[in-house]
Design a binder for this molecule. Structure first.
Ligand SMILES: NC(=O)c1ncn([C@@H]2O[C@H](COP(=O)(O)O)[C@@H](O)[C@H]2O)c1NC=O
Length: 529
């Protein structure tokens, strides 16, 4: 238990003059101007090697850290500020007579402000093929220690961790005759602890990623990207955060060309739409409503794919979130312009296409400017009450050779193509998922039903005209009974793909054989709960 200082810590002085500041920054943006501003207010500047050089070069009066501590910077900078003289000067409770006596006895000068930003660990480990040595050398020790010390003692000291804060600090010092208010010091301290928490999170995560196991403590930090107008419903407040250390997130490298701010539900749907679009290399289009695709297709062109995806369920496509994996040209824009679209996402737009699309006020037009194939993070998390479930992402892509034809009839080549297409889509549809497809397009989707046979019924109901004749069916998990496949076969389905594994597989296969339907078993399921 730490000894309790005499001064009631809830009653700190409001204004504390800043007379001495220590500046030690990796990111040197704005540091010269900040230091100049401090010097102009009569603040003594102390600084470490590289920072001091920069300030000296700008003609500012700087005292070297080794002059302050009486100890040289050693070991390639591994030890520069780690010295009791500095920490006592940062941590002293100024109104505590014992602390005052200690300062005098050891000839220690107090430091009123530290300005520190840290070795760029996050940026270093984000580089391709970074060596362990490089990563480890970028773990800052002295910096976080100074930050934490000054932040703990914010009753008397101020800590500045962001170049974005410099101007406001100088302004306040000018207004308060060289002093900072408690409120400011407290806010800076809170920011500082956020900063060191983020820093340690990145380091802990880097270590955790070297093991295949789920770590005993799942350490993550999330950075606010934007506030949202509201959550799933207008009475819920909401914001979007990205995970610190993740190479890619839903809105990274995404430019919004047009339209209102994205909503919470838009982002959920966008997540589903882009996940499915990512599974196709050929021109494709995915239309998502309420987190499920209501149409998906590939085609010779993005326009073909869009038309095919839209035709699957035009009623549901109204107000959908659409992901297309090719540039949108004028012709495609004209087709899209006929519909009400909430969000459109594509890797590019021609000028003409943008001109057409922006005629509508409400469409949100997003451009995915990521050109690298950035893998998605290793874990997928789902929040539950007071906790989070984590799992590996369902990234498995099966090819035909790993699948088994269990019926008397083999699928034709066209059926194989449709089956594999439907199987890819199926992974992105909420269970129980049934996909009917024909010609590399979905023709009916049954999603999120509590019984598989209901999903079959729904998918069949969605089929327009006779598109079910000769279609194939994908089921995300096995059929517990033959009733589902029987309904589909009766309606015209000619081939089925499903994991298999039911105790009634024999009955299911017999139902297919009875009508000369081909059936493929994947032995893997794709639940999406
Ligand atoms: N070891 C130390 O005592 C130490 N003290 C400060 N630093 C860091 O050194 C950097 C500044 O170094 P320079 O002023 O030499 O460019 C800052 O990012 C600061 O957080 C240190 N470096 C690493 O721990």
């Amino acid at each position: 238990m730490p000894s309790v200082p005499e001064l009631n810590p809830v009653d700190p002085p409001d204004l504390v003059p800043v007379r001495r500041a220590l500046l030690s920054v990796s990111d040197k943006r704005g540091i010269v101007d900040f230091a100049r501003g401090l010097a102009e207010q009569g603040v003594e500047l102390i600084s470490t090697g590289g920072t001091a050089k920069e300030l000296e070069a700008a003609g500012l009066p700087v005292r070297a850290i080794d002059d302050f501590t009486g100890f040289p910077e050693i070991m390639d900078g591994r030890v520069k500020t780690l010295n009791p003289k500095l920490y006592a000067g940062l941590l002293a409770v100024r109104d505590n007579p014992e602390h005052q006596a200690a300062l005098e006895e050891h000839g220690i000068e107090v430091v009123d402000l530290v300005c520190v930003n840290l070795y760029p660990f996050e940026r270093t480990v984000a580089r391709m093929n970074v060596s362990d040595r490089d990563a480890i050398e970028n773990i800052d020790i002295g910096g976080p220690t100074m930050i934490r010390a000054a932040a703990k003692n914010h009753a008397y000291a101020a800590v500045v961790v962001k170049p974005e804060s410099y101007d406001a600090i100088l302004e306040e010092l000018a207004q308060n005759d060289g002093a900072l208010s408690f409120r400011t010091r407290q806010e800076l301290a809170a920011q500082a602890f956020h900063d060191t928490a983020r820093y340690d999170t990145a380091i802990a995560r880097w270590f955790a990623e070297r093991s295949d196991d789920h770590p005993p403590l799942l350490v993550r930090a999330y950075e606010k990207v934007t506030d949202l107008s509201y959550g799933e419903n207008p009475h819920q407040r909401a914001a979007y955060y990205s995970a610190v250390g993740e190479r890619r997130h839903l809105l990274s490298m995404v430019k919004q060309h047009h339209g209102k701010q994205l909503s919470f539900n838009n982002l959920l749907d966008l997540d589903s739409a882009t996940a499915l679009a990512r599974d196709f290399d050929e021109p494709s289009c995915t239309i998502v409503k309420h987190n499920n695709p209501c149409g998906a297709a590939t085609g010779a062109t993005a326009l073909d794919a869009y038309r095919a995806a839209f035709e699957c369920d035009p009623l549901s496509a109204f107000g959908g979130v659409i992901a297309i994996n090719r540039e949108v040209d004028a012709e495609l824009a004209q087709a899209l312009h006929q519909q009400f679209i909430e969000v459109l996402y594509a890797p590019g737009y021609t000028d003409e296409a943008l001109e057409i699309l922006t005629q509508k006020q409400n469409i949100r037009i997003l451009e995915d400017q990521e050109r690298r194939r950035v893998p998605l993070g290793e874990l997928q998390g789902r929040q539950v009450q007071g906790g989070i479930l984590v799992q590996d992402r369902d990234t498995i892509v099966l090819d035909r050779d790993t699948m088994e034809v269990v019926t008397e009839r083999q699928p034709t080549e066209q059926e194989w193509s449709d089956l594999l297409f439907a199987w890819r889509v199926c992974k992105h549809v909420k269970s129980n998922a049934i996909i009917l497809a024909q010609g590399d397009r979905t023709v009916g989707i049954g999603a999120g039903q509590m019984s598989r046979v209901d999903s079959v019924r729904l998918a069949l109901e969605k089929c327009r005209l006779d598109s079910v004749q000769g279609a194939v069916l994908a089921s995300d998990a096995f059929f517990p009974f033959a009733d589902g496949p029987a309904l589909a076969i009766e309606a015209g389905v000619r081939a089925v793909i499903q994991p298999g594994g039911s105790i009634r597989d024999d009955e299911v296969i017999a139902a297919a054989n009875a009508d000369g339907v081909a059936m493929v078993m994947t032995r893997r399921r794709h639940f999406r709960h």
